[in-house]
Design a protein around this ligand. Sequence first.
Ligand SMILES: *Cc1c(COP(=O)(O)O)cnc(C)c1O
Length: 420
Amino acid sequence: MTTPHPALAATDPELAALVGAEERLQAETLRLIPSENYVSQAVLEASGTVLQNKYSEGYPGRRYYEGQQNIDRIETLAVERAKALFGVDHANVQPYSGSPANLAVYLAFARPGDTVMGMALPMGGHLTHGWGVSATGTWFHGVQYGVREDTGLIDFDQVRELALKERPKLIFCGGTALPRTIDFASFGEIAREAGAVLVADVAHIAGLIVGGAHPSPVPHVDVVSTTTHKTLRGPRGAMLMSREEHAKALDKAVFPGLQGGPHNQTTAAVAVALHEAAQPSFRDYAHAVVANAKALADALLARGFDLVSGGTDNHLILMDLTPKEVPGKIAAKALDRAGIVVNYNTVPYDPRKPFDPSGVRIGTPSLTSRGLGTEHMAQVAAWIDRGVTAAGAGDEDALLTIRAEVAELMAAFPAPGLPV
Ligand SMILES: *Cc1c(COP(=O)(O)O)cnc(C)c1O
């Protein structure tokens, strides 16, 4: 077999072998982690260019280093594409990833000790929304809302009550384990009543938003924060977007507030991903992600699985395995051995501990990128069912049988950059 990375293989065979092993793993397994995806060959190529070699602290036309003739145009292209695609006045494409992007929002609008509000991590929020173990929860006073125990939906009575009582500087909406449409308009009303800056962290659903498969937060919020590598299907990175009035504060917070030189190879790959996301085929992709998730949820419900909120509106499904009497972590590790890659996750009001919770989180962005459709979701649900049952019974042979079946199906659905 010829190696796809000849220079790497010659210089560092040990590392090249590890990359090759990862390529095979990504090719052969059914990847269901909802925050992951497969980038296109064009995005892969852009992120592996000599743009890597260039320092460019500052912003286009206002740099602290010379030689920016091309870099300025590349970053401007990414910014203009982001503005057009999301329908915003301003975009900053320099944040290294989602967590630093959110930290820049704190730097722009709050001071240490200020009250900030977000969804509790075990309810489906993100660490950077003011959760205790994060810098955002130690340097700021985080107050946290959740979902209702009976419906699994965001409790807007609680959000309003907390916001009016605590008067946070910042309110974050969005999360990492929310299977339902986010009602940005209701958050917007509450934030205005409370006098808070409202941030929509759409890291998980950015691709669905630009593809028309989830409502946009833009008319209702002050700031949009997003990663670029989840449903948006770009390189690992992030963007902050806003109306013109917040542009200066956000830019200053990202640089020089928090970061030094931007990762230009990532900026270029972000520009490519935004170009791809502006094509009609990306709308089809976003809608197919949701159709697949709904079909998978229906198939799991038919097999007696308990899904938080009863199903999904987006790309993500949160399974509560309590009725199956298999802890989330044991199920996740067994499914991994069966070639089905998921993550164990807390469910709202989880009686178990975060490192050993009751749930498993799955999603359809990756399998949809490989071309699987609704017709495959009954099979995926059957594998998950057999895998969870085998996990409970300690049946390793059953897991290996599933692994072989998964690899056989996935071989028919190649992904960019991976061996066929
Ligand atoms: C993934 C995610 C982040 C963090 O992104 P990283 O790139 O992992 O730092 C922040 N917020 C939400 C809602 C996310 O889903």
